[in-house]
Design a protein. Structure first.
Length: 753
């Protein structure tokens, strides 16, 4: 029987309100629940070829979940069966990821245009089957028509900073399959370790796969152990993993970093550097200066590596990194300067573009395409390259406008190495704050793109960098449950306005995680907060999965079942510390959040910025600078505003003439993260908002001496307007992490007394 796609798409618009009772993630396009039930029991038969992977997979999963050991048979049976059907489309424009799941009283039928669609239908069915050892399971009669919006639905895993065994990589792939993700971006090489066997260059794993120590604690601590650490995957193991992923309809996209993040390779083969070494596999995280030298011998080396990589991985795209490549060595290297001259290149940025384009030509010659981080835009984008936009969405927007394919992966929403709950209650993380709700709010298609340009957005993925993640259990904790939110985003059925409905479905999946033994974060139960302007202070708004379960204190004591019940935003007009937790049945279900407030004349007042903060670090907007909450270094993704390459120019309107004599401002430095103190801070005041005069200019030396915490005291002034200008450090100088890139400027609370 033939089916027309247009008819199917019309059916997708019929969405039953009963869908929420099924707790499916990602939410299907169309669900219709009927009155009857199908009874799944030991007599149920899976009608399929006995060699069908999908049939064997379903049999195994049902046995794991229920204990029922179903038979697979190709002999026709009209009742009490689970049947697969491949539809024949009457057009070449059809989606091989489409599926239709029907549960009738007599049988379950999954139909699709391919085995991939059948597999997705199986995942939906498995979510409807409880994890319970029962003789019989009653499943609602239901009709589901479904297909994804985006073709790239990805998860990334960095195995260079910390290595994870083959069996866990397979488990990670299973996690992706569970939520209908179809791309696994495997980050295999970096400064801290080379993780893939290359037959032609054995020292890459003999030397490059091992380092003589690792960083302990946060980057800012700069402490190390001396324990030899490493590991790698043999080519046989990689073949096994690729085959395992293929069965689950997941494409593995390997990443081989170049021209930067190459220290592990250069420690193995120093002749492909600018200086000749010697080198040691990187112990520290961050951006290191020794990179591949773009001489002919290096390109031969990389082409030989990529030839072996492409033999192992059949993916359309090969990821070549291309990010964070310092130009320090290139500027003083005779080979590089000769290459610039011979190729008539303008500078080292154009040399990087030359490097990427030369690699692209080779990869294209093998019938493949390259994809790289958005830095590959610098100096001119390679003709057929796709871009993975991580430094926000700007790179993706620029690439799409140039008609290049894009995968959106901005740090603001898709970096799962960021905190997902109150940092003091969480294991150490890179920084930032990306909770489930924020992931769910992501739209991979920027509003800046036209409908035609939007066609170049392939989809999105989340990235998990593992500098601070060294066990499989910790990987799981950072991935779950955020992967569920992302899966609905890339499936195309998320709706940020209905987040609470998604949250209910998500919490029901925690039982699945428990039964599967997944170590997941319960930060979703944590009390979250927002601050709003209020008269003479701020209003502190609290949220949780059930607002009626929040208990709080205002004197700094620990909340308990007898503490204040939260009913409305808490008015804060004086210095105090509020603590809150979520309670169920008289017992705390979440860790306590703690928020000190420091109320001054600027708190809650109107504030305007000349330059808006970067989307990755601007959650609260300009109000962050006057919300009464002082930032600390563990929370620089939430309590600070981050300006990338821009000054902070803020004007506060006190609302009326006030007498002031003291202004405080906090800034941050973390050079490994490209965050620098400002060059200077200027403070100006005005009575009318037009005519300003200077109160103080704080020099770079003073800022460093005071570790970014600036307090300026002066004779009493009667003013209404205060302007604070913090000058960005500018381009990062040679010899520093991120050399040649824009500096970050992080600023928090401007207090006026």
């Amino acid at each position: 029987m033939k089916y027309k796609i247009l008819t199917l798409l019309l059916l997708f618009s019929v969405i039953s309100s009963a869908q929420q009772t099924l707790n499916l993630i990602p939410k299907p396009n169309s669900v219709e629940i009927k009155k009857g039930h199908f009874v799944l029991n030991k007599e149920t038969v899976i009608l399929a070829d006995e060699n069908s992977f999908e049939a064997k997979y379903l049999k195994e999963q049902i046995k794991n979940q229920t204990g029922l050991d179903l038979k697979i048979s190709s002999k026709f049976k009209s009742k009490n069966c689970i049947q697969f059907g491949i539809k024949i489309p009457d057009t070449t424009n059809f989606d091989r990821e489409y599926y239709n799941l029907n549960i009738w009283k007599s049988k379950i039928h999954i139909s699709a245009f391919s085995n991939k669609g059948i597999f997705y239908g199986i995942q939906t069915l498995l979510q409807m089957i409880p994890y319970s050892k029962l003789r019989e399971i009653r499943l609602n009669e239901v009709s589901i028509f479904d297909q994804p919006k985006f073709q790239w639905r990805g998860m990334h895993l960095d195995v260079s900073r910390h290595f994870f065994p083959k069996d866990f990589i397979k488990k990670y792939i299973d996690y992706l399959a569970m939520y209908k993700m179809n791309t696994f971006h495997w980050h295999l090489t970096d400064d801290q370790g080379w993780r893939i066997e290359i037959k032609k260059y054995p020292k890459l794993t003999e030397v490059g796969a091992w380092r003589n120590g690792s960083m302990i604690g946060h980057y800012t601590d700069q402490t190390f152990d001396e324990i030899r650490y490493g590991g790698f995957y043999t080519q046989e193991e990689i073949k096994e993993i690729v085959a395992y992923a293929k069965e689950r309809h997941i494409t593995i996209v390997p990443e081989i970093e170049m021209p930067g993040h190459a220290l592990a390779a250069l420690a193995s083969y120093p002749e492909f550097s600018c200086t000749g070494g010697p080198f040691e596999v990187g112990k520290t995280w961050g951006v290191l200066e020794d990179v591949f030298c773009p001489k002919d011998e290096t390109f031969t080396f990389l082409e030989n590596i990529l030839t072996e990589v492409m033999t192992l991985f059949p993916s359309e795209y090969i990821h070549i990194g291309g990010d964070e490549c310092p130009k320090v060595r290139w500027k003083s290297c005779p080979h590089c300067q000769k290459r610039i001259k011979d190729e008539n290149l303008k500078d080292e940025h154009k040399l990087q573009s030359y490097f990427i384009q030369r690699i692209e030509k080779f990869v294209n010659s093998k019938g493949r395409k390259i994809i790289g981080w958005d830095e590959i835009l610098e100096g001119g984008l390679a003709p057929n390259a796709a871009v993975m936009s991580w430094r926000g969405t700007e790179g993706g927007i620029a690439a799409a406008k140039q008609k290049h394919f894009v995968v959106m992966s901005p740090g603001s929403h898709c970096y799962f190495d960021h905190y997902q709950g109150e940092p003091k209650n969480e294991p150490i993380a890179f920084g930032g704050y990306t909770n489930v709700e924020k992931v769910y709010s992501f739209n991979p298609i920027p509003k800046e793109l036209s409908p035609e340009e939007s066609k170049y957005i392939l989809g999105a993925q989340a990235n998990l960098w593992t500098e601070y993640i060294n066990t499989p259990e910790h990987v799981e904790y950072m991935v779950f449950p955020r992967i569920a939110a992302l899966s609905e985003v890339v499936w195309g059925t998320s709706n940020p306005k209905e987040y609470k409905e998604f949250e209910k479905r998500l919490i029901s999946h925690f039982e699945i995680y428990d039964k599967k033994g997944i170590n997941y974060s319960k930060a979703i139960f944590e009390v979250t907060s927002k601050v709003h302007p209020a008269e003479n202070g701020v209003a502190f708004e609290l949220k949780s999965v059930n607002p009626n379960g929040i208990k709080y204190t205002i004197d700094g004591s620990e909340p308990n079942s007898n503490s204040f019940l939260y009913e409305k935003p808490i008015l804060v007009t004086k210095n105090q510390t509020i603590k809150a937790a979520y309670f169920e049945n008289g017992k705390a279900k979440s860790a306590t959040i703690e928020q000190p407030f420091f109320i001054t004349k600027s708190t809650g007042k109107k504030i305007e910025l000349v330059h808006q903060p970067h989307e990755n670090y601007g959650i609260g907007g300009s109000f962050t600078l006057v919300d009464g909450m002082k930032g600390n270094t563990s929370k620089f993704g939430r309590d600070w505003l981050g300006f990338w390459g821009k000054d902070m120019n803020a004007t506060i309107d006190l609302g009326k003439t006030e007498t002031i004599s003291k202004i405080s401002i906090n800034t941050l430095s973390s050079e490994g993260s490209w965050i620098y103190y400002p060059k200077s801070i200027g403070i100006f005041v005005s009575k009318d908002g037009k005519n300003y005069y200077s109160i103080a200019i704080v020099s770079s030396k003073e800022i460093h001496e005071n570790k970014g915490k600036i307090i300026v005291e002066f004779d009493k002034q009667n003013v209404q307007f205060i302007k604070v200008i913090a000058e960005n450090n500018g381009i990062i100088v040679d010899g520093k992490p991120g050399a040649g890139s824009n500096s970050w400027l992080f600023v928090d609370e401007i207090s006026v007394e």
